[in-house]
Design a binder for this molecule. Structure first.
Ligand code: ADP
Ligand code: MG
Length: 765
């Protein structure tokens, strides 16, 4: 993509891609950074959560509903709100009983309290309380008495079941909608005198909405006159306003309609950028050449089939046929294979790899972690049996060699492995992604299989095995079910194959939620259940959210291990597994567990991906509310893989509290809903949609956290599917008209996405 990443920027993109500091000032820029906003573009896309007219009171009901919605999406809520309300009633109290504020003049400095009841014109009341010194209270009291309406900004809390604002900042507003403020508040007043609406923004304690407004005002001034980088015919086809005008309209509209159209354009730009990047990637890939790998009857694929202890399912066969057809072309395969944990992707990948070996080439399987690479290596050796013993004396004719290359491969073994890959005597390699960075030299690399792609960038996927103009075929595997809309947006450059049904003969998992806040006594039953299963020769996982106790609330591996060992699971064989153990220790522990020498494995989510111990039947997830839907679903995929039915028990923390506020977080309801969703269905696609609704796509796909610079900031793929389709169609037309990407505006859109992808890659490695 370097070809696209060079070249000059259009004036609009030059401004948009710049840092915020020079435009809004260093202090404000630092505050904005805490909200995840680093560039001018980030701030442009920090759309108002709501519009406020100076002449109207806020609708409290709607604000509470907004907060509820944010909570149910699982967003960490910043409780700061901005509301324009009428002041109904003000009372001042001193803490010394019997003294009203009026009596308290004369230099006494008792701390006191001032309360005001605000109304929203719909009959809803919000109680506001200020605490402060007497002098402050007197000042505020006077300010409040001088005005009948105000814009209040503060933290929304709950007191005895009622909402209240504590120590909010405020700006007086006259009945005809004029804001009376100084400093940044002044800016709001000016904006409002020119625009009938102001945007109310997601804000932080440090940056109230009016500071954000005033920063947005500066940004709007910087971009509003700049020429639109989007080709005019695209903009007209999508029926959208020009970008500069749209940015003004999105933030400082003269009507709600205008605002909606401005927002749509800002969203469309994001959709168009991602779709154009995909379309050009597809076009690029289709120009690359690959070596055809036609079938070889009687080769390793057939011989593997003959020795498999099971029959491939119809779906496995169908997916293999799609892959085989791709491999038989001179264009490199770019295919995503999705199938839930345990759906039998490994054997599909192995057949594809052997197909390439049969045709004289080599294949490599890349895993995200060493543990997984080792497991893949083991399971491939297991499936191949003597076919994987390499070209050594006594091995059957045509057997191939499977080398393992990870960060901890000893130097001598590593050199030997590299030699065998370079001279072609090893047909298959399994390794971690570290392989990508060391110039591993293959005699004839025909296929790269990437497991759990969503943890890695696209650049990385394409980095291996390119020889002149020959590219290897690429198969990406993921166990995270991806709804079609996301696949189209984020993996739009890949063809998709799906395995929906696991092979039969698997008993499956029954999930139940144990809410220890309601029924603490059920926890004893949970440990009892583990003892019963172990007594029948089975094994169990106990999953906890963290490695170290000091790191925060919630169970930690070591403490939990000790408590269980000395308490409810006394006498059983326990072991620990977590990401900070040495590779050797992890491998040994996993091997002991797989061999049945350990009954109960107390672990962090390192067990999430790939671990295959069919004898494990129970999984207890402690502090289950701290995991996402998809993650829980992945976790429970570790059990019920054999003939015995699995039981997954999701245990909520006994205390779900925000320690600073000493009250249960309302967020726990949303968390409970997630747990019940996981209990209710084992359909990964359904859960992926639940997850999508609750979280941002970047999280679902394992990209950077929301607030980070994910390429999707203002788009939610489920809500804006139609916009995405339009953008996709137009992007395809753009590529057809301009295959070499000569349009400077379009080049900037594409470049913006490729740079983000490169960032993500840099971070993942
Ligand atoms: P995935 O990689 O999709 O999580 P695996 O490939 O590891 O799943 O398969 C899980 C288990 O199912 C493995 O033990 C594998 O050998 C077995 N398996 C795969 N295909 C079949 C099949 N058609 N019938 C029975 N068992 C199968
Ligand atoms: Mg697997």
């Amino acid at each position: 993509m370097t070809a696209h990443a060079t070249g000059w920027l259009t004036p609009m993109f030059r401004t948009l891609s710049g840092p915020l500091g020079p435009v809004v000032g260093g202090d404000t820029a630092a505050g904005l950074e805490a909200l995840g906003l680093e560039t001018v573009h980030d701030l442009v896309r920090h759309l108002p959560v709501r519009l406020q007219a100076g002449t109207e009171e806020s609708d409290l009901e709607a604000i509470y509903a907004e907060q509820q919605a944010a909570l149910s999406r699982g967003e960490v809520l910043d409780d700061h709100v901005a509301v324009l309300l009428r002041i109904a009633h003000t009372t001042a109290h001193l803490f010394e009983p019997g003294k009203a504020l009026k009596d308290a003049r004369g230099g006494r400095r008792h701390p006191g309290r001032l309360t005001a009841d605000l109304t929203d014109g719909h009959g809803r009341i919000l109680r506001v309380t200020w605490f402060g010194t007497e002098r402050m209270l007197v000042q505020w009291y006077r300010d409040l008495r001088r005005t009948s309406r105000g814009l209040f900004v503060g933290r929304l809390g709950w007191f005895q079941g009622d909402p209240q604002l504590v120590n909010p900042d405020f700006v007086s507003v006259t009945p005809d909608g004029a804001f009376l403020g100084s400093g940044p508040k002044r800016q709001i007043a000016e904006q409002v005198s020119q625009h009938p609406f102001i945007g109310i923004y997601r804000q932080s304690a440090r940056l109230p909405t009016w500071t954000i407004s005033s920063a947005v005002g500066l940004v709007v001034d910087a971009v509003k006159g700049l020429p639109d980088p989007m080709p005019a015919w695209v903009r007209e086809a999508a029926d959208l306003p020009e970008l500069g005008a749209a940015i003004v309209a999105a933030h400082l509209p003269t009507s709600r309609d205008e605002h909606a159209r401005g927002v749509e354009r800002v969203r469309f730009d994001e959709a168009f950028a991602t779709q154009a990047a995909m379309a050009y990637r597809r076009a690029d890939a289709s120009r690359h050449l690959a070596v055809r790998r036609p079938p070889a009857p009687g080769g390793l694929v057939d011989r593997l089939d003959a020795r498999l202890p099971f029959r491939l399912t119809d779906e496995q066969v169908a997916v293999c046929d799609e892959i085989f057809a791709d491999l038989d072309r001179t264009r490199p395969m770019q295919r995503l294979l999705q199938g839930e944990v345990g759906s039998g992707k490994t054997v599909v990948a192995l057949r594809a790899m052997l197909r390439v070996v049969d045709a004289g080439g080599q294949a490599v399987l890349l895993a995200p972690t060493e543990v997984l690479a080792q497991q893949h290596h083991q399971s491939i050796l297991g499936l191949l049996g003597e076919l994987g013993q390499g070209p050594v004396l006594g091995a059957p004719e045509g057997a191939t060699d499977v080398v393992l290359l990870t960060g901890s491969t000893p130097a001598a073994a590593r050199r030997a492995a590299l030699d065998r890959l370079a001279d072609g005597s090893a047909g298959l390699a399994v390794g971690t992604h570290a392989l990508l960075h060391e110039g591993v030299d293959f005699a004839d690399l025909g296929l790269v299989v990437v497991d759990e792609q969503h943890r890695f960038g696209v650049e990385q996927r394409n980095a291996l095995g390119v020889r002149g103009d020959r590219h290897p075929h690429v198969l990406v595997m993921t166990a995270t079910p991806i709804p079609r809309s996301v696949a189209m947006t984020v993996f739009g450059d890949l063809d998709v194959s799906t395995i929906r049904h696991p092979p039969t003969g698997r008993a499956g998992v029954q999930t139940s939620v144990v809410d220890t806040r309601v029924r603490p006594e059920h926890l004893a039953r949970v440990w009892q259940r583990i003892r019963e299963d172990v007594a029948q020769g089975r094994q169990a996982f106990v999953v906890v959210p963290r490695i170290k106790a000091e790191a925060g609330p919630g169970h930690a591996v070591e403490e939990t291990y000790e408590q269980l060992r000395d308490g409810p699971l006394q006498g059983l064989r326990l072991a620990m597994l977590h990401g900070r153990m040495s590779t050797a220790a992890k491998r040994d522990t996993m091997a002991d567990f797989a061999a049945g020498a350990v009954d109960v494995l107390v672990a962090t989510t390192v067990v999430e991906v790939g671990v295959d111990v069919p004898n494990a039947t129970v999984m207890v997830v402690l502090d289950a509310e701290s995991y996402g839907v998809s993650q829980l679903h992945q976790l429970r995929g570790r059990i019920g893989r054999g003939p015995h039915r699995g039981v997954c028990i999701l245990v909520t923390a006994s205390k779900v509290r925000d320690e600073t506020e000493k009250r249960p977080k309302p967020v726990s309801n949303a968390h409970m809903e997630r747990l019940y969703a996981v209990q209710a269905t084992t359909d990964g696609f359904e859960l992926a949609e639940v997850d999508l609704r609750q979280r941002r796509e970047g999280d679902v796909l394992g990209l950077r956290q929301s607030g980070g610079r994910s390429s999707l900031r203002v788009i939610r793929v489920l809500e804006h599917a139609e916009l995405l389709e339009t953008a996709r169609d137009l992007a395809q037309q753009v590529v057809a008209r301009d295959p070499d990407l000569t349009d400077p505006g379009v080049r900037d859109y594409v470049r913006q996405i490729e740079l983000l992808a490169a960032d993500e890659w840099a971070e993942a490695t």
